[in-house]
Design a protein around this ligand. Structure first.
Ligand code: SAM
Length: 214
């Protein structure tokens, strides 16, 4: 993704009440942050945040945390949340590589990955958010029957992701579709992301998988 640097975005993140920019010691504290025991669901690589903000509006009894590496991208979601002030939505600006420092084992109920960066070069495979290295990190934070939902229009990344789940002994695939929007069983309740809207309007089929901890 081409990134437009927005001057001042970093400072906004540091001062904003809904954003955590130094989350390294927050494992085990999310019940206190939200002030309740509701399930916590996270989106990694949330971009401008339409997906997670929509889910938070639809489901007030579930807590949502959007994770994004770049302040300039996160800014749009933060501005929206400044208006909406949803009590069940927070953001973390971080590289998800260190996600194990941010959540305790079992603290996360579900992980959403939407249109994750493909990192097409083989030598960068471990940076893909569905690589076995990332799946291993997710086992450290998900609850026992927790799962990962992943959507993309990138068939190469999707095929890689299916194989990574199959190769990871702690995981099983429960759903795989290569055309979500034409799958009548799965499309109901689908919340579109910014990228999903863009790529599906160009005629690209959207793939989705769900991988569950065994
Ligand atoms: N999920 C959004 C959507 O579907 O519209 C945005 C998709 S965009 C292609 C991928 C986003 O993931 C970018 O905003 C990028 O900065 C973020 N990202 C990529 N790797 C990340 C990582 N390791 N940790 C946190 N965010 C990451």
């Amino acid at each position: 993704m081409r990134l437009r640097n927005v001057p001042g975005a970093r400072e906004v993140m540091i001062e904003n009440e809904f954003v955590f920019t130094e989350p390294e010691n927050m494992a085990g504290t999310w019940k206190e942050v939200f002030g309740n025991n509701n399930p916590v669901r996270i989106e990694i690589g949330m971009g401008k945040g339409r997906f997670i903000t929509t889910l938070a509006q639809m489901n007030p009894d579930i807590n949502y945390i959007g994770i994004e590496k770049y302040s300039s991208v996160l800014l749009r979601a933060v501005e929206k949340q400044d208006e909406l002030r949803l009590s069940n939505l927070r953001f973390i600006r971080m590289d998800a590589e260190n996600i194990g420092d941010v959540f305790a084992k079992g603290e996360v109920d579900r992980i959403y990955l939407n249109f994750s960066d493909p990192w097409p070069k083989d030598r960068h495979a471990k940076r893909r958010l569905t690589s076995r290295q990332f799946l291993e990190r997710y086992t450290d934070i998900l609850k026992d029957d927790g799962y990962v939902e992943f959507k993309t229009d990138n068939r190469g990344l999707f095929d890689f992701s299916v194989e990574e789940v199959k190769e990871s002994p702690k995981w099983e695939l429960t759903i795989v579709t290569y055309d979500l929007h034409n799958d009548t069983d799965l499309v109901e309740g689908n919340v579109m992301t910014e990228y999903e809207e863009k790529f599906s309007s160009q005629g690209n089929p959207i793939c989705k998988l769900i991988a569950r901890l065994k």
